[in-house]
Unconditional design. Structure first.
Length: 269
């Protein structure tokens, strides 16, 4: 059964590979035998986790510069990936903009939230994912094979609980922007669109929606969040890797158009 989860000799593409979750997906794919094309903005500094993976993976991990909001950049990168590694069989649309809790500086009340902030989040999280899917997914459909995993969020299904943040100091309360959840909800719907469009072409398209993932949050936030989750904790990196491999591999050969919520039961309440 374990062979169902293998990706030996397959090429996988991960967008936003140098950020918080990019190395999590990349490590899982490498461990399953894939060769990984790591896409990231030109000049973006690699995280310590990504640097460690690069040293350990050798020629199985290659970084490529790509701006997912620029169609020409995506097309150029796709050609470079194919030339260097081969045709991709797996695409993980991970790149996106989130809004971590700040230190109380540049905040706005909801009725004065800058439209530019909203627009930029939609541009990257939704339009960027769409364009990468067009280019790489189109190649998969032409070949008759592929798996696309879009990274969603629990906030695609529920509204942020602003009480998680009410202990943070600042002149104005910290508010999780509505743009993040709205953009991720749109990604979930777009997943269904491409799943039905390309199903007959052998391409599966699914969403993996994580809950809150540990990553340097303050103790009070972690306590509040954990109390809201049936499993009583935030997600760890390794909690996400098995679900990704399931969706990416032939273990999920009859799964498409699905949103897999890996949230410890958060959205069950």
């Amino acid at each position: 059964m374990s062979q169902l989860f293998r990706l030996d000799n397959q090429v996988a593409v991960v967008t936003g590979a140098c950020g918080k979750l990019g190395p999590v997906w990349t490590e899982a794919l490498l461990g399953a035998g894939a060769r990984v094309a790591a896409l990231e903005l030109p000049g973006a500094p690699p995280s310590a986790a990504f640097t460690a993976l690069t040293r350990a993976a050798g020629g199985h991990l290659r970084r490529f510069d790509c701006d997912i909001t620029d169609r020409a950049s995506i097309e150029s990168t796709a050609r470079a990936v194919v030339e260097a590694l081969g045709e991709p069989a797996v695409l993980v649309n991970n790149a996106g903009i989130d809004q971590p809790p700040d230190t109380g500086g540049n905040r706005s009340a909801i009725d004065h939230l800058p439209i530019e902030q909203f627009r930029r989040m939609v541009e990257v999280n939704l339009l960027g994912t769409f364009q990468v899917t067009q280019v790489f997914g189109g190649r998969m459909a032409a070949r008759g094979q592929g798996s696309i995993v879009n990274i969603g969020s629990l906030y695609a299904s529920v509204s942020p609980d602003q009480r998680f943040y009410d202990h943070l100091p600042g002149d104005l309360p910290f508010l999780k922007t509505p743009a993040y959840g709205a953009s991720k909800a749109a990604v979930v719907n777009m997943t269904k669109y491409f799943a039905t469009l390309w199903g007959s072409s052998g391409v599966r398209v699914n969403t993996l929606s994580p809950g809150g993932v540990l990553g340097g949050q303050d103790a009070e936030f972690k306590a509040k969040y954990g109390a809201r989750v049936p499993l009583r904790r935030m997600a760890r990196d390794e909690d996400l890797q098995g679900p990704l491999l399931f969706l990416a591999s032939s273990a999920a050969a009859y799964v498409t158009g699905h949103e897999l919520r890996v949230d410890g039961g958060f959205t069950a309440w």
